[in-house]
Design a protein around this ligand. Sequence first.
Ligand code: GDP
Ligand code: GDP
Length: 438
Amino acid sequence: MSKPVVAIVGRPNVGKSTLFNKLIGERLSIVDDTPGVTRDRIYGECEWDGRKFSIVDTGGIEPASSDVILSQMRSQAQLAIDAADVIVLVTDIRTGVVATDSDIAAMLLKSGRQVILCVNKCDTVGSPPPEFYEFYNLGLGDPIPVSSVHGHGTGDLLDLIVKDLPPEEEDKKEGELIKVAIIGKPNVGKSSLVNKISGEERCIVSDIAGTTRDAIDTTIENQYGRFTFIDTAGLRRKSKVEDSIEKYSVIRAQMAIERADVCVIMIDASVGFTDQDSKVAGLAHEAGKGCVIVVNKWDIIEKDDRTMIEYRKRLEEDFSFMSYAPMIFISAKTGQRLDRLFDLIKHVANANSMRIATGMLNDVLAQAVARVQPPTDKGRRLKIYYMTQATVKPPTFVCFVNSAQLFHFSYQRYLENRIRETFGLEGTPIRFIIRERG
Ligand code: GDP
Ligand code: GDP
């Protein structure tokens, strides 16, 4: 499911990580008194008042050393402006408003984005202390007092966050509108692709003012359907300095992936596959999104009749963990195969949201089991009694078996492939949930 993204920004030590943990209800990121300790976990899921969304703690991206705090804060704020649906600026009642807070507040204000101003460490219940009113000077409207440690005010904060999320009707129309995230390293050609597409296709200009991030996404319509290209990478912004820091581009990618139905994993044909490509593709795989591997800049490759076959073979090995993903060679510059790309995106989105009737599923299961016997261990054979699809996006199947231990990975793989072949489930991860029954 595509999920809205909420970004937490703020100076080191104001309590972003503590707040993040409180909101996701787990103690996963490392909280430390030393400013700027890098955190393990900066991404979490949250549900409030029936809405599901993701939260990212932008402060956890990299350790802040005191001489570069301001520039890092600016990068984090820019990331939030580009990529988040809702921005929460965290400040600290104990330090009051400091110059960096004003600077970042001004930057957020200028972006025209809606910002929720949170004043943390208001630990005493009741009316906030006089210092609280100083935060009105930031010009971001009513600040809200919170104690991340005790949890006071976090419910009010969540109410405000949910109020600012994009309307849910969007989810209901999901079948018609396919949200696409183009992910990949800097300079592979992501912006060029969006520019080419929006130059050639009919662009639907959003009538919502610049206060929501929908306005910076690119929505187009063509014979294949309606597509929104998520502009998490600040695709149409000139300066892309922040992206040169690998951590930033990975977190940008993750924010885009959350909001997407389909991920276009783009690599540069003249550079080839790198570790970072597999990292980013791995995020899309784990998030259960439809995936297409796109090799861009195919126009500058010198080729003969074997080049594509060989290139494809190498990449299939590199991306072996997502062998289900179709691969296409394009040129964002010349427009080569862009039609086919839309066709693939549509196809993969359909596969990702496919529902298979239980009867058909169990027919395939029976045939598969008849063809290749399930594994045995110490005279005991795996029995798969029944299978049913629990959810879509990605297709997730519950299997009732006699012993989970006997359901080896290789046999799961075999069944997965039979299901893929039978139902044409190309381009989407598939999940099995295994339940033992006596
Ligand atoms: P970050 O650098 O902004 O992520 O800040 P942390 O979450 O690591 O918190 C910095 C320090 O402030 C830690 O010692 C926290 O325990 C403390 N802290 C965070 N929130 C609160 C709060 O609501 N009240 C109090 N008294 N301390 C807090
Ligand atoms: P991004 O950082 O991934 O958004 O990459 P850009 O779209 O900014 O492209 C980086 C550079 O690659 C620019 O100089 C583009 O003109 C160039 N480029 C992008 N796509 C192609 C392509 O298909 N063929 C060629 N020859 N150059 C391309």
